[in-house]
Design a protein around this ligand. Sequence first.
Ligand code: ZN
Length: 318
Amino acid sequence: MEDYPRNLKEFDVRFRSEEACREYLSQLRWPDGFRCPRCGCQESSPVRTVLLRCRDCRHQTSVTAGTIFQDTRTSLRLWFQAMWWVTTQKNGASALGLQRVLGLKSYETAWTWLHKLRRAMVRPGRDLLSGRVEVDECYVGGLEEGLPGRLNLEKALVVVAAQEDGPGIGRIRMRQIVDASAQSLVPFVQDSVEPGSIIHTDGWLGYLPLEKKGYEHEIAFLRGKIKTPSESMPRVHRVISLLKRWLMGTHQGAVSHKHLDYYLDEFTFRFNRRRSKSRGKLFFRLVQQAVAVEPVPLDRILHPQAKVKSKPQSVGVW
Ligand SMILES: [Zn+2]
């Protein structure tokens, strides 16, 4: 079922032509065969090279229509190379790196491509975390995009959930939030964790309503000896420190608040698949999701409708 190249050599052989790339997209988009997006008919005939015409309603479509590749003026091969590169970089991909590797003329193009791909890194309708989950917030950032080294004192508040997996970390979720109020924290937990799970937090008031929302709430009491947050909730704090290192390392802190959510998606995508034996499998997932998400107009990439409506306020959380 999961058909993907194992290494660069296989990748090169497999995706040598536009046709091969289109065929692969087609397999992932219509695993049970073509289906007309308008009437559901499963019969089509090819029109020129890229179009398919529905037998019943005559609607013309293509495998890239309605996906992030829609209206692309670049070859699919180049997109495939971008996706391969993005998923095989252990620590993630910067726009500058992508520009260099693909020999793209402009940095802006590389930047836009990466943002389009990040939109495909969150699986629509993905599974919720369950079991025991540690949740905490942290501040990230401080540098403004495009101005390396220039200090921006505003930091963004991010809430992180890390599922326990024995002594290790299972899957994670994260989101930028306006403040650490219950109105910000509780909906995040509800969107990320199955009801009935055990949520482990510090004693912050914002988490108190969780109990009423159907979660078992465990507060890290600092009983007897004084424990630091990283001792009482080691998993979520490990994730937070990796996230900070990743933002400062791969992206050199050059992430603005309005785009932060998508970087969080990329981090989560990579983290949740960090044990994948084959990098090719990440590539497969990314392509699979890229044909499942709607295209995003450039304007919305440049000016995302902020999920965070106002400036993060200073609230006393660790
Ligand atoms: Zn049709």
